[in-house]
Ligand binder design. Structure first.
Ligand SMILES: *Cc1c(COP(=O)(O)O)cnc(C)c1O
Length: 432
């Protein structure tokens, strides 16, 4: 310790290091000095070697790239943590697609081809009930495209119980209205009938929009028509399922899926790619050929098109049944409990006080509000929450009753060693 301490570069020397000069110029000395001190601390604690201190400072400053996080929050799809982690095949696909590829080119004929046709074909295969499919940047973009192409200057009929705020202040009604479509709200917060919809439909109607309340529930004296009941109103029915389930998921019986809603008569279904589907951020549009084609041909579609990396990751996600989001959803609580017990034992051997506790995990903003998934966590001192969060990799748990719970449901089993290391490092940082 004393020996390595002597070799840790001094603050003044680091602030004059040419590698840090651009940051000092951009940010001023204050913030860079903070980063320098944090890196020096890590070197003193033996987490990094003294020679790595300048690199560590650069890594921790903005522009150092996103920090890897082990999601121990117990929220499977955490929007702030990037929602679904990609599967290994999806990661490989991204790597393979990073250079120049045939994303929009037919190598047989030497001509231009439909962009992302492999991903589109995989999506069409996964949902045979869809006559056609299209992809955009996210579900919000799918709704914007539908509203623009089908209802600009006209009305979107929507229940007052389905005026959703997705998060960070983004409200679907505002998003839809920004396209130049007018919202025609019907019913009340808790109850809307088919007659309410029918009474609002007229020559100005662009479409009826059904939105799955994916992050809240209205319980008690509540009723809203099913998708099936909203067909036959003589106007297109667009349905936002949110979560991205393509087919029914037995573990989440109340969560809608694209195939079921299409079979029930929806003309267009929109969904996210990075929620329960477990893929990259993108927006899925599935439905009747005519409606999908109108969206695809609209000039706005070009501004919402997905990049080649996303297309590659989505195709791989669709062609491999397993992915981390699905595995977390399907995790056996007994196995989670055993993992928590093992970690607690190892931590005890390392002199760290921890307990295995039963917890309840949640799917998250991505879907299934109110569904509690039985889970298990390693409970450590609440004072470790901060050091865990700022460690590398960062570990984000949840603080409850003064303790930091590291919920294992969203942590891939092969990361348990990393979690163990992170906790022992956090103890050193908290005590140092
Ligand atoms: C998550 C969600 C959205 C937004 O999807 P993004 O892919 O984040 O744009 C829209 N509608 C519903 C019902 C959702 O659950």
């Amino acid at each position: 310790m004393t020996d390595s301490r002597r070799h840790i570069p001094r603050t003044d020397a680091l602030l004059d290091d040419p590698r840090l000069a651009p940051y000092v110029e951009l940010m001023g000395r204050g913030p860079v000095r903070e980063a320098v001190r944090a890196a020096q601390r890590r070197a003193r604690d033996g987490e990094i070697s003294p020679a790595d201190v300048p690199d560590e400072v650069v890594r921790s400053l903005p522009g150092g790239g996103p920090r890897e996080v082990i999601n121990a929050t117990g929220v499977l799809l955490h929007t702030n943590l990037g929602r679904a982690p990609l599967s290994a095949p999806a990661l490989d696909a991204v790597r393979g697609a990073a250079g120049t590829t045939d994303v929009e080119f037919d190598l047989e004929t030497g001509r231009r081809a439909r962009r992302g046709r492999a991903a589109l074909a995989a999506l069409a295969r996964a949902v045979p009930d869809a006559e056609a499919v299209h992809l955009v940047n996210n579900n919000a973009a799918a709704l914007v495209l539908a509203a623009t192409a089908l209802a600009q200057g006209r009305e979107i009929v929507i229940s007052r119980g389905e005026l959703v705020e997705i998060g960070d202040g983004f409200r679907l009604p505002d998003l839809l209205a920004s396209t130049g479509a007018r919202l025609r709200e019907v019913g009340t917060t808790n109850r809307t009938s088919v007659a309410d919809y029918a009474g609002a439909i007229g020559p100005a109607t662009g479409f009826v929009l059904k939105v799955h309340p994916s992050n809240y529930r209205i319980e008690g004296f509540a009723a809203t028509p099913s998708v099936g009941e909203l067909t036959g109103l003589g106007v297109p029915l667009v349905a936002d399922i949110g979560s991205g389930l393509l087919t029914p998921e037995p573990l989440l019986p109340d969560e809608p899926d694209a195939a079921t809603w299409l079979r029930a008569g929806a003309d267009l279904v929109t969904a996210s790619g990075d929620k329960l589907l477990g893929g990259p951020q993108c927006g899925l549009l599935l439905g009747r050929a005519e409606a999908v084609e109108r969206l695809r041909r609209h000039p706005l579609a070009r501004a919402l098109r997905v990049d080649k990396l996303t297309l590659a990751a989505l195709e791989a996600t669709l062609t491999h049944a397993a992915n981390p989001a699905r595995e977390a959803l399907a995790a056996d609580p007994a196995v989670l409990r055993r993992r928590a017990g093992d970690l607690v034992r190892r931590l005890a051997e390392a002199g760290v006080k921890a307990d295995a506790v039963d917890t309840e995990a949640a799917v998250g903003g991505g879907g299934a509000p109110g569904v509690a998934l039985p889970s298990a966590a390693v409970a450590v001192a609440g004072s470790l929450a901060g050091p865990l969060r700022t460690g590398r990799p960062a570990v984000v748990g949840r603080v409850e009753g003064g303790r930091c719970l590291l919920d294992l449901r969203a942590v891939a089993p092969h990361r348990d060693d990393d979690l163990f290391d992170a906790v022992t490092r956090a103890v050193v940082a908290a005590c140092g």
